[in-house]
Design a binder for this molecule. Structure first.
Ligand SMILES: [Zn+2]
Length: 409
């Protein structure tokens, strides 16, 4: 380990000595990155807001508390905001399970609003594409909201109207498991795509002007949403199947279809979708046990919760040492970005790195590292205008199209 680090430092120093032009280019790329409006279309940070003792205004470290997004790291990484996800794990599709999910989602939406209300000089809610530039100009974080797993709607998709009023502008029907709306990319085929209720959900989202998000949906659901939707759908956090064969990644034909409809694939940095991680039940059990210490944090005092999370993080580091898993690095992440860019061009690709939801790679561990992406793209010859689209223009264009296609009263 030490030898590797020293070698890396030595070669870094050599690069500095040999290539001042390269150093200048890196500095220029970072300045450009700060200037652009950068948004990520899938931020799972709201999941941490209910953690006692966790303060979004403080800088945290992933290896201490598993988090990757907070205000200081967003500022450091030049991340101007994004879609803050109202994520709810799939419960059994029973009346009890569905009402528990609905309540959890309503509380999460409330926590996002509380965050913004508590820090009005740093955060502002956004609802239409034009809000992004207006809020960024004030130096604040742009807070769009999305739903990850619309199973929360139970058996009445008109509940989506209330979430729209709360500010939700993007919604994915499904998560890891099939639900009453349709099939997941990571579950056995049940409906063969959307269920009849799932088709009602698509219509409701269209009528409201909510962007439909196909990340986590099965290929059949993707195809059927493309067929049915009046507005372009998005993939808010997905990779390229041609680079790494995983059902959560999109094949080239579907990426092209997304682009042809005017939309964008937002590239994910979730380890298991970038590299193959062989199953190891012993490791998984050890990891679950390590995180078990923080199962009850919501009911702890701030001091106890902070201590429990730190203890869990420390024991997970020990587990990772004992059972090392293949970890994707920044180059492997960029392979997905570059493949999508080569395939459909910079007007149809962006970033949805799944921060706080399992994202992050070696060399890009939290949001403070995202200027590296811009650096690579500048080096690859992308212009400022192209990067402006990559970092926010594309996603905002899709939001605008959903808004234009809504049912006007
Ligand atoms: Zn996800």
């Amino acid at each position: 380990m030490e030898i590797t680090r020293r070698t890396a430092l030595a070669s870094g120093a050599a690069a500095l000595a040999l290539a001042p032009g390269l150093v200048r280019a890196a500095v220029d790329a970072r300045a450009l990155h700060k200037k652009l409006i950068c948004i990520d279309t899938h931020l799972d940070m709201p999941a941490n807001l209910a953690r006692p003792g966790w303060n979004v205004m403080e800088k945290h470290r992933f290896d201490e508390d598993f988090t990757q997004v907070d205000y200081p790291r967003m500022v450091e990484g030049g991340l101007d905001g994004g879609f803050f996800a109202i994520y709810t794990p799939q419960a059994p599709v029973t009346p009890e399970g569905m009402s528990a999910m609905r309540d959890a989602a309503l509380l999460r939406a409330m926590e996002i609003r509380e965050m913004v209300a508590a820090h009005p000089a740093q955060f502002e809610l956004a609802f239409v594409p034009e809000d992004a530039a207006r809020i960024a100009a004030k130096g604040k974080i742009i807070v769009f909201q999305s739903i990850e797993n619309s199973g929360i709607l139970g058996d009445d998709v008109t509940l989506l109207r209330s979430f729209y009023k709360l500010g939700v502008r993007m919604a994915g029907p499904i998560h890891f498991l099939n639900n009453q709306l349709g099939d997941s990319a990571t579950d056995k085929k049940k409906w063969g795509g959307l269920s009849p209720l799932g088709r009602e959900f698509v219509k409701e989202a269209n009528d409201l002007g909510i962007v439909l998000d196909a990340s986590h949906s099965s290929d059949d659901v993707f195809d059927q949403m493309m067929d049915q939707s009046r507005a372009p759908i998005i993939c808010s956090h997905s990779g390229c199947r041609a680079v790494h064969d995983h059902p959560r990644n999109l094949d080239d034909a579907r990426i092209k279809r997304l682009a042809a409809a005017g939309s964008t694939i937002q590239i994910n940095s979730y380890n298991e979708y970038l590299v193959t991680v062989p199953p190891d039940p012993e490791r998984d059990a050890a990891r679950r046990a390590a995180r078990g210490a923080m199962r009850n944090v919501a009911n702890m005092s701030p001091a106890d919760a902070t201590a429990a999370v730190r203890a869990a993080a420390a024991s997970e580091r020990e587990v990772d040492k004992k059972y090392p898993i293949p970890r994707a690095n920044f180059d492997e992440y960029m392979k997905h970005v570059m493949h999508a860019l080569d395939l459909v061009g910079p007007d149809h690709v962006g970033v949805g790195a799944d921060w706080d939801g399992g994202g992050g790679v070696v060399g890009m561990e939290d949001v403070s590292s995202i200027p590296k992406i811009t650096e690579r793209l500048v080096k690859a010859g992308y212009t400022e205008a192209q990067l402006a689209n990559f970092w926010s223009g594309n996603a905002l264009r899709v939001l605008g199209k959903a808004h234009d296609a809504r049912k006007q009263a």
